[in-house]
Design a protein around this ligand. Structure first.
Ligand SMILES: C[S@@+](CC[C@H](N)C(=O)[O-])C[C@H]1O[C@@H](n2cnc3c(N)ncnc32)[C@H](O)[C@@H]1O
Length: 472
């Protein structure tokens, strides 16, 4: 039974590897001074070095200093109870139980194709991780095992198992990783994945989005920052990959990631394809710096001509770069249900502010989506996503924009996303825009989006995604 009033949870944050839902918590953690920081500070480290060090500490599960007690914000929980009981009905109690229990949250490990991944894959598999996505050439890629929308409810395990870095990589220093700037060649050709380097004209391994997941809440350690080395993997909520899969970026595409920081989806895009251009935009200057650091830590500098980082209000792209892109991702600012539940630092007052902000978000989200639709060329595709369950930030935003943007139409994600991945994710029953008016169209009308709901044993999400095609 979950305690609600006055309940508190041990929360760990993970900024450097950036699971999307750790962002808010990390801010609170940063306020906790530690002896190590004082020692480092007194040794004259500059603030950027401190921040890097602090973020690394924060993400290191061995470091108990990086763990803080953060109580649930009851004001927000009450609000969620009212809204989501109405919107999600019988799904809400199990989703609520997962959201309130960070100890059961699962993490995905996205591999970095610009590093040697064979040894890493062996380690992951040795710890019981399996690939989330079928390998493009394997037979299972075309024949997914069908399972019902809502899986049976397994027990919630409340304790997350953290693998320590040394436990996982006793010889980390021996794993040879390509250096930034390096055009990868012979020194790395010992690794299977890099053999391809010598066979084609492109200097990097073929695009391949690879993510490993564990059936329970086993948390792989974050790779520490090593000067001059690219990071071999990125931890994330595996549902974050769905918008990228829905975007379907192909080699040579011009892609805009309108709201890009901290950069998890931008990294996934660059794993999945070699776009001619990937423009990563972030309006907040601090988060833009964080985004730039993420990209630097994972992507060789020799790719930098294809990747740009910009710092504009995403709402202007529709005017300044109208019709310039083949694909646009709008991973919109939203009320992040996971972290907002624990945002009680600052008391009820902070909860009140959050709820006011939540009411204002749909207007911004609609403006961003309209801008994205104007920035994509006719025939191009926009994916809109959020990490909230809230209908007013999800389906209602998409419907409102579709009603006012001529030449935009919904695209179905059932075959490309739901069917191949429904054994891993729990999707809420679809909401179809015209279902009430015309029930006979049900089978033919694409739903206005997919909603991944956290479920015991499949704790991925919340994640909403909708794909919209620009027809003219
Ligand atoms: C959900 S986060 C994006 C997460 C990111 N796509 C990832 O996968 O790591 C939304 C981001 O949008 C940014 N944002 C908010 N308003 C914006 C605007 N008007 N234009 C561009 N970005 C904005 C926020 O600062 C925030 O970093």
């Amino acid at each position: 039974m979950l305690r609600r009033l006055g309940s508190s949870r041990l929360l760990s944050c993970n900024l450097s590897s950036g699971p999307d839902h750790g962002q808010e918590l990390s801010r609170e953690t940063r306020k906790v001074p530690t002896k190590q920081f004082q020692r480092r500070w007194s040794r004259g480290l500059d603030s950027a070095a401190y921040k890097r060090w602090e973020l690394r500490k924060c993400s290191d599960p061995r470091s108990r200093r990086a763990l803080v007690l953060s109580p649930v914000c009851n004001l927000i929980l009450d609000h969620f109870d009212k809204q989501y009981t109405e919107e999600l009905g019988p799904i809400w109690p199990s989703t609520r139980a997962v959201l309130l229990n960070p100890g059961c949250w699962q993490y995905g490990v996205m591999l970095n194709r610009f590093t040697s991944v064979s040894e890493l894959k062996r380690r992951l598999q040795g710890h019981g991780f399996t690939p989330l996505l079928p390998h493009p050439n394997s037979p299972s890629a075309v024949s997914p095992a069908p399972t019902p929308h809502l899986p049976p409810t397994p027990q919630i395990h409340s304790s997350q198992h953290h693998l320590s870095f040394t436990e996982t990589f006793p010889n980390y220093a021996d794993i040879s990783l390509p250096q930034p700037n390096a055009v990868i060649s012979q020194p790395y050709s010992l690794d299977d994945s890099l053999h391809q380097l010598n066979t084609g004209p492109h200097p990097f391994p073929s695009p391949s989005l690879q993510c490993f997941i564990h059936p329970s809440a086993v948390r792989f350690p974050s790779p520490p920052h090593r000067q001059g080395q690219l990071k071999p993997y990125y931890l994330l909520n595996a549902a974050s990959l769905l918008p990228v899969l829905a975007l379907g970026v192909k080699d040579g595409d011009r892609v805009l990631d309108l709201c890009s920081a901290p950069g998890g989806k931008a990294l996934a895009i660059i794993q999945a394809a070699n776009p001619a251009l990937l423009c990563c935009n972030e309006v907040d200057p601090h988060r833009r710096d964080w985004l730039a650091k993420t990209l630097e830590s994972f992507i060789p500098q020799s790719l930098s001509s294809a990747i740009t980082v910009s710092n504009q209000d995403g709402r202007i792209f529709g005017q300044t770069e109208a019709g310039m892109y083949d694909k646009v991702l709008v991973d919109a600012p939203c009320s992040n249900d996971r972290s907002w539940l624990f945002s009680s630092g600052g008391g009820e007052q902070r909860g009140c502010l959050r709820l006011k902000e939540r009411a204002r978000l749909p207007t911004l989200q609609m403006e961003l989506l309209r801008s994205a639709l104007a920035a994509v060329r006719p025939g191009g595709v926009v994916v809109y996503s959020t990490c909230t369950l809230s209908r007013s930030e999800n389906q209602d935003v998409v419907k409102a924009v579709l009603n006012t943007f001529p030449g935009a139409e919904l695209d179905d994600l059932e075959e490309e996303v739901v069917l191949p991945l429904q054994q891993h994710f729990t999707f809420a029953p679809p909401c179809r825009p015209h279902a009430l008016l015309s029930p006979t169209l049900l089978g033919h009308t694409p739903s206005c989006g997919l909603l991944v709901v956290p479920h015991p044993g499949q704790t991925w999400g919340p994640m909403f995604l909708s794909r919209i095609k620009r027809t003219h």
